[in-house]
Design a binder for this molecule. Sequence first.
Ligand SMILES: Cc1ncc(C[n+]2csc(CCOP(=O)(O)OP(=O)(O)O)c2C)c(N)n1
Ligand SMILES: [Mg+2]
Length: 556
Amino acid sequence: MKTGIKMNGAELFVAALKNEGVREIFGLPGEENLAMVEALRRSSIRLVVTRHEQAAAFMAATHGRLTGRPGVCLTTLGPGALNLTTGAAYALLGAMPMVMITGQKGVISRKQARFQVVDVVSTMTPLTKMAHQIVSPATIPALVREAFRVAQQERSGPVHLELPEDVAAEPAGKSPLIQPHSIEAPVAQAAALDRAAALILKAARPLIMLGAAASRPRLADALSDFVKRAQIPFFNTQMGKGSVSGGSGLYMGTAALSERDYVHDAIDRADLIIAIGHDTVEKPPFFMGPKGPKVLHVGYLPATVEEVYFPHAELIGDVGPGLTLLAERLEGKLPNAGALMPLREEILARITARADESRYPLTPQRIVHDVRQVMPQDGIVCLDNGMYKIWFARNYRTRVANTLLLDNALATMGAGLPSAMTAAMLYRDRRVLAVCGDGGFMMNSQELETASRLGLNLVVLILEDNAFGMIRWKQAADGFQDFGMTFGNPDFVTYARAYHLHGSRVESADGLAPALEAAFVGGGVHVVAVPVDYAENSRVLIDELQAHAAEGRRKP
Ligand SMILES: Cc1ncc(C[n+]2csc(CCOP(=O)(O)OP(=O)(O)O)c2C)c(N)n1
Ligand SMILES: [Mg+2]
């Protein structure tokens, strides 16, 4: 690679990316990116080509989510850039650090008039923390540095830089790179710590809630330590799942629904909820009301006040060190820490009911149970969006941080496979499983080719109900006629083979665990299709929970 004043804009851009420690870029280039592609070819950064830009964005966002460092994706202008928008929203709502780079026609001269030109920066503005067009190579070092800072700092998220093709080809002149440095975010002040500690010391029935920001990779150790030192039982939101390593003896459940689930027996009885990292992008884990428990918000940033979330006190600042200071004020001084623990056994027993039933097609509970059997503690399950997400959130037990990746923020279909591909790239020695519905899988199934080309070890489990099952369930629950939700499927075994991959179909209730085990042992990319019986959706999530709520009302 050329250095110093001989560089063009694209080469300077790539040098700035290297300066940020970037090792790979996910993308699908167009002609406006050719100088950038050439600069990448000459660099040590790997270009991971995907078959759809949406997948590149999902993969980059997941890279940010799992490492805490921004993932990077690259596309062309117009159509390519627009295909990034769902990924941008996924990273924005999910607070995943990501840098998106798109090409554009020249800005100095316009030989192609308005061909393929749309205002991508304006499109990206509401979907990102920062969107910027680069108009001169001299600004590249500062803009790239700023992009990475903004993407990474709390609340983390996506940023967008547009590099027009003539700026990419322009001689860069003397534009020194800006060196990154680490930043220690401020920690909550003593007064806030004292107030938070006083609230917790006074509580008769405290309960910890772990929300989406609790899953930040750098927080796992301090958070786990806090839970163990405080000995207060905890539950989590869907995206807060798996944020505590160990400490599972204090786990009370996951709030996959907003009310009336078994875990709400504990939530409704608590007089203080210590909400660590709650982000109101998630479907509410419970509804705050005038009569409910007091809520202490612990976060990197102040809470966003909503109709259903208006904390009474806040502990703001870098969460890990803040929790360590809080634990020092609490340890050994909380006689009521375990007040809600007597509820735990019944809650967990109710949740795990019917997990080994031998019905075929399989019940969702059985699928979750069998997946847990074949996944080691550090194995990573990545969900797409569909009905099974509720079952996995409720029923799947995690013991290691960030081992169940799901999206309860944008809740988009189509991200399951790409997110699992990133997990498989990052952790080559861990088992990684994508779980997709037959609807969501088909939205990005072309990425099987990418997964195969990358030589990943990855198992893709497809739940077959020939329908958009979740919406079909809601349609029935709301008393509508069954309409517009069913479809046919390809034969997924043949489909996998068409990609030169292994495919199998589960033919009996006892067949799932061995099929998954064989797929993991076999290595490479495997597709396993399993028929699912969604009759349980209404039987448990509506009828059983309604009966339970009525029972609760009858109790004195
Ligand atoms: C991109 C996108 N389109 C539509 C929806 C609305 N939606 C949520 S779940 C769902 C059905 C998913 O079907 P499938 O993937 O087969 O999973 P299932 O619920 O059947 O298990 C739909 C259409 C969405 N969340 N994302
Ligand atoms: Mg389906």
